[in-house]
Design a protein around this ligand. Structure first.
Ligand code: SF4
Length: 385
């Protein structure tokens, strides 16, 4: 059975890194002039040589995003269900070796948290847990989804890698998208960051999106944890992964996120600093390479960056996020997975989006379009007209 692993093994980290850093001005100008860009052009656009062209890239990224997605930002919120975890990841507050109070939300606590999110206006929820297979497993997820399904149009999930059969069950239960980040594609150092637990199996994680694609989940979200290794090389491999998935599971939609390493209880300092300009360059490169890609910006990022990146390529944003189980109402003081950077309220963030001339969107378009009676009125009011 072919999976991404067989593609990945044809590439060498050091060779890709050298290629990125040896890119010339002429390479950049050639790539930017092309109407349809391939993976080689993506590599060129994330190079240091492309930095002087950032303004031009940002303008093109803005135009392409507006053409494909309109002036809209999809709104979502994470709902942390559990901070139990059997893995040691050196960058995470939930790591097994951190002596924190562990908590998994009960049915009644989930209801309270859901009500808090509904009161804030959310219709898209991202369920998040650590990796504790004995307690927070497929049965726990299915039970939680059954409880909240009627409350949200979109349910996304970011949990431990599962089997294809388990993803099929999530799909049937109503899960719309699954997020799984490789963290780093640098296989040799991966083990250094993931010292204990199932997550230390690089290959199993690498082939997880294949299992999600085969299970027929509507959307797959990828990303790397920016700050662990050279962001340019890691992002090339993330794009390579996306490229393979899009060609293999072509009916699936894709999103990419850009988590930069944030402070958390007991974690390491970033090995590689990625500043706001670098992140803007990366977002533009993704957009210029791939018009259809959804680009998500979380509250890990600071206020100023989030304000400025709205018109440049973003398609979805979280707001008012809590990264601890029970963080909205049940147990607001419990330890968070990482410190969020943008602490503004949902109302403040939607105001900024509106002031930028964009419309915060709370409801999923796909499901609405499947209801024939609503199609006509939506067409009449569409932001794409
Ligand atoms: S990153 Fe995930 S798997 Fe690793 S310690 Fe944190 S919650 Fe557990």
């Amino acid at each position: 059975m072919t999976t991404f692993k067989s593609v990945f093994k044809q590439y060498n980290w050091n060779e890709i890194k050298s290629k990125i850093y040896q890119t010339t001005t002429k390479d950049v100008e050639n790539s930017l002039a092309k109407s349809k860009k391939n993976l080689d052009d993506f590599l060129v656009m994330i190079s240091p040589a492309a930095q002087p062209y950032l303004e031009l890239m940002a303008q093109k990224s803005h135009e392409l995003t507006k053409k494909r997605f309109g002036k809209t930002i999809q709104m979502y919120a994470p709902l942390y269900l559990s901070n139990e975890c059997q893995n040691i990841c050196t960058y995470c507050g939930f790591s097994l070796d951190n002596k924190i109070k562990r908590k998994t939300l009960s049915d009644s606590e989930i209801k309270l948290e859901v009500q808090a999110l509904k009161n804030l206006g959310f219709d898209h929820v991202l369920l998040v847990t650590g990796e504790a297979n004995y307690t927070v497993n497929i049965n726990y997820f299915l039970n939680a989804i059954a409880q909240i399904r009627k409350d949200f149009s979109i349910i996304s999930i970011e949990v431990q890698p599962l089997s294809q059969e388990e993803y099929e069950r999530l799909h049937q239960a109503g899960v719309y998208s699954v997020l799984v980040y490789q963290e780093t594609y640098h296989q040799e150092v991966y083990k250094k960051y993931h010292t204990k637990g199932k997550k230390s199996n690089f290959d199993f994680r690498l082939d997880t999106p294949d299992r999600i694609g085969k299970a027929g989940i509507h959307k797959i979200g990828l990303g790397v944890l920016l700050g662990l290794e050279d962001w340019r090389a890691d992002s090339f491999f993330n794009a390579l992964h996306l490229d393979y998935l899009q060609k293999t599971y072509w009916q699936t939609k894709y999103s990419v996120s850009f988590p930069r390493l944030r402070p958390a209880e007991g974690i390491i300092e970033p090995n590689f600093i990625m500043d706001d300009k670098d992140l803007t360059q990366l977002i533009c490169a993704y957009r210029l390479w791939n018009e259809n890609l959804e680009i998500s910006i979380s509250t890990r990022e600071n206020e100023k960056f989030r304000n400025n990146i709205i018109p440049i390529g973003t398609t979805s944003m979280s707001a008012g996020s809590k990264t601890n189980p029970g963080g909205y109402v049940v147990d607001p003081q419990s330890l968070e997975q990482f410190e969020i950077s943008d602490e503004r309220s949902v109302a403040e963030i939607t105001k900024i989006i509106t002031e930028r001339g964009y419309e915060p969107v709370w409801k999923d378009w796909d499901r609405t379009f499947s209801q024939t009676s609503k199609v006509k009125s939506l067409k009449e009011n569409s932001v794409f007209n």
